[in-house]
Ligand binder design. Structure first.
Ligand code: PMV
Length: 329
């Protein structure tokens, strides 16, 4: 009853921001992401009657009580499998967690795949995306490879809200996302709480929802045709729209720090001077710069030289979550 899985993080090009059902984690809108190559979490789960309670160690630190809703996901998997044994979970991420770096996506995806296997569940990729979704919405997209769409679905039971690869990594291996790490600090408000507050109080939220289908359509088309300017421009505008709904929430949610604004301007200046690049951000201060492989080295060098950038991480489209043989304990 022990298994280990590895899952990459993913970054949304069209964002998920808001739930139509908080218990089942059903989104108010569909989203499309790119699974990142090598920015990942490895997780080992063991269910055993040797353990008197569940424990979870992330990057050598015991998870704090307020972060333990992850254990609710373990309980969900235990119930589906009809087992009672407690779990020991050890997880290692190769990037700062809880700073808007899609840590919940790769963490919950790796946990889902490892725990389902350790509990003896045999699930299809589609079923795993729906199970991961219940742990963290964005995790549903980290199960699959390359460019991934998570469907909003219409049904109240969530059976049509799953994620699926819409293009494999080999379709567009030149696409790059460079993450500028500006702050490794924990974010001021979790995305879960932030999106609930936004749906409840932002007067801009209806505007956000009205434009999503068009954004999804254009990004799907852009990926299919490998049209970098189309994908980049829609993704950048979509991210700004999401942050506009956050800014207009009561009380306002502002994940940005001064260096965030500096990087945004730097991307626009580079673009104006003829280097194709666009930015996106999640619920955190770090800016991700989208570009093509041929411009990756020079763009990376440029951002590393800016004040406020601690480091950068660059990657192309990556593979889906998978089981591995090497356990962490
Ligand atoms: O699923 P969560 O709780 O990690 O929320 C993700 C929300 C965003 O990262 C801001 C957008 C997205 O689609 O990943």
């Amino acid at each position: 009853m022990k298994a280990t899985a590895v899952a990459n993080a993913n970054m949304a090009l069209v964002k998920y921001w808001g739930k139509r059902d908080a218990k089942l984690n059903l989104p108010t809108n569909g989203s499309i992401s790119m699974t990142w190559d090598g920015i990942q979490t490895v997780t080992t789960v063991e269910f055993s009657d040797r353990y008197s309670e569940d424990s979870i160690l992330v990057n050598d630190e015991e998870l704090k009580k307020d972060e333990k809703d992850v254990l609710g996901h373990v309980e969900r998997i235990r119930q589906i499998a009809g087992i009672g044994e407690k779990a020991k979970i050890v997880s290692e991420a190769n990037f700062p967690v809880a700073a808007g770096l899609a840590s919940s996506a790769s963490g919950l995806a790796a946990l889902t795949v490892a725990a389902a296997e350790a509990a003896g569940l045999k699930m299809t990729e589609k079923q795993l995306t729906m199970l991961a979704r219940q742990g963290s919405g964005s995790a549903s997209r980290s199960i699959s490879e390359g460019f991934v769409e998570w469907y909003r679905g219409e049904k109240a039971d969530g059976s049509d809200s799953y994620a699926k690869s819409i293009a494999p990594r080999a379709h567009w291996p030149e696409f790059r996302m460079i993450t500028t790490i500006l702050s490794g600090k924990k974010k001021p408000i979790s995305s879960r709480a932030g999106m609930a507050q936004t749906v409840a109080t932002s007067p801009y939220y209806d505007g956000w929802l009205r434009t999503i289908d068009e954004d999804l359509k254009k990004v799907r088309q852009g990926i299919e045709k490998k049209d970098f300017d189309l994908v980049g421009s829609i993704a950048e505008a979509n991210c700004l729209k999401m942050h506009a709904t956050m800014f207009t929430t009561k009380p306002a949610i502002i994940y940005w720090i001064p260096a965030t604004v500096e990087i945004i301007h730097a991307v626009r200046e580079l673009r104006d001077s003829g280097t194709p690049c666009y930015f996106t951000m999640d619920a955190g201060p770090n800016v991700k710069v989208m570009c093509l492989e041929k411009n990756e080295a020079s763009i990376n060098k440029h951002f590393l030289s800016l004040e406020g950038v601690q480091k950068t991480m660059s990657c192309g489209p990556g593979g889906g979550a998978k089981l591995v043989n090497k356990h962490l304990f």
